[in-house]
Design a protein around this ligand. Structure first.
Ligand code: OGA
Ligand code: NI
Length: 356
């Protein structure tokens, strides 16, 4: 069905509203039969997502060892948590408060920022392109925060007071962190920092605030289906102890418990392409909870619009030929948005391989 594409965005009900009524049964559009299936979706609750310490990366004495750690976790996991990242606690706290306040407003208030057909920016749900599609148990507010010229302030809530200022500062700080991490990820491969970070200096930083309500049938519902991000990297903030995110490692789902104050970093498909396949883009999904809601703030970091998406030249030689196609920025996004689903096979990264 070539006409269906991810860019169509059919309106569906607010899940938060659905969950606020006494619900005996979840509507069938949300029900899946393989969420807990031990064969297709085995879990390994004994593994723990590795931690990278930014202060050790910045300290000449500990840098080499921590760089090696960063390199191995990007290679073996494609995700890690980062501590001592330098983003002020007070800013993180305020960003959390403002976005929670926003989701707690009545639906009518949130709808002032509703997504428009054909675009995912604004308040609503992700990528709904057919009436048959299985739906995720979540609502979101999606905002293109950077570069400044892409801002559409009609999607930036003016209530609660201070929301815009917090998001403005937060996106700037997360960008600073992302540039630094991308530089170290390049160094971990023996490259110069700028070989990864330069295209992100004027990059795109899209912030998605996710609200996952409690769900009466958590075994048959997902907050977000299994996917890999199409970013360079993604910087994710969990609000509190409510778990839900799982990362796929060697075929197993590993529940993520981020340390208080840490960010979770996920390598996206562009990160995999730039590293010529050395760094993985971790598949991940969100499971839901029968008692508690869960909120997250996710920043998707992309290279600027003129960037070429391809393996870094200095990683390519006769023994290590390029494994991925060279694509223009628009071409890359067109390819992604021409897909029918953001989740499931064939995985997008595989379609970017030269022999695909
Ligand atoms: C995403 C995502 C996970 C979460 O928004 O792409 O994977 O825990 N979110 O909200
Ligand atoms: Ni994701």
């Amino acid at each position: 069905m070539a006409l269906l594409s991810l860019q169509r965005n059919l309106p569906v009900p607010s899940v938060q509203e659905l969950a606020s009524e006494p619900l005996d049964a979840v509507p069938s559009r949300y029900l899946r039969d393989d969420v807990d299936d031990p064969v297709s979706n085995p879990c390994n609750p004994f593994l723990q997502i590795p931690t990278v310490d930014m202060s050790k990366l910045l300290d000449a004495e500990s840098q080499a060892e921590e760089l090696h750690k960063l390199y191995s976790v990007c290679r073996d996991w494609g995700a890690f948590q980062v501590v001592n990242h330098g983003v002020a606690d007070e800013l993180v706290k305020s960003m959390k408060e403002k976005s929670r306040d926003f989701f707690y407003f009545p639906l009518q208030e949130k709808k002032r920022y509703a997504q428009k057909e054909g675009s995912v920016e604004g308040y609503g749900q992700t990528f709904v392109n057919s009436e048959e599609q299985k739906l995720d148990w979540s609502d979101m507010l999606f905002i293109n925060a950077l570069p400044y010229e892409d801002r559409k302030y009609n999607f930036w809530p003016d209530r609660p007071q201070g929301f815009r200022e917090a998001l403005d500062r937060y996106s700037g700080e997360v960008k600073r962190l992302a540039l630094s991490l991308l530089g170290f990820m390049a160094k971990g491969l023996g490259l110069e920092a700028h070989e990864f970070s330069k295209d992100f200096e004027d990059g795109l930083y899209h912030v998605r605030m996710n609200y996952y309500p409690h769900c009466p049938q958590p075994q048959q519902v997902v907050g977000m289906a299994a996917h890999a991000d199409i970013t360079g990297i993604t910087v994710l903030l969990e609000f509190d102890e409510t778990q839900g995110l799982q990362i796929r490692k060697d075929g197993y789902w590993v529940p993520v418990k981020t340390l208080s104050g840490a960010f979770l970093v996920i390598v996206g498909n562009i990160g995999t392409v730039m590293s010529n396949g050395i760094y993985q883009s971790a598949q991940h999904r969100v499971v839901v909870n029968s008692l508690k809601e869960r909120l997250t703030i996710v920043t998707f970091c992309y290279p600027h619009k003129e960037a070429i998406i391809e393996p870094v030249h200095n990683l390519i030689n006769p023994e290590n030929p390029a494994l991925f196609k060279t694509l223009g920025h628009a071409e890359y996004f067109d390819l992604f948005f021409s897909r029918n689903s953001y989740s499931g096979e064939p995985w997008f990264i595989d379609t970017l391989k030269i022999d695909a």
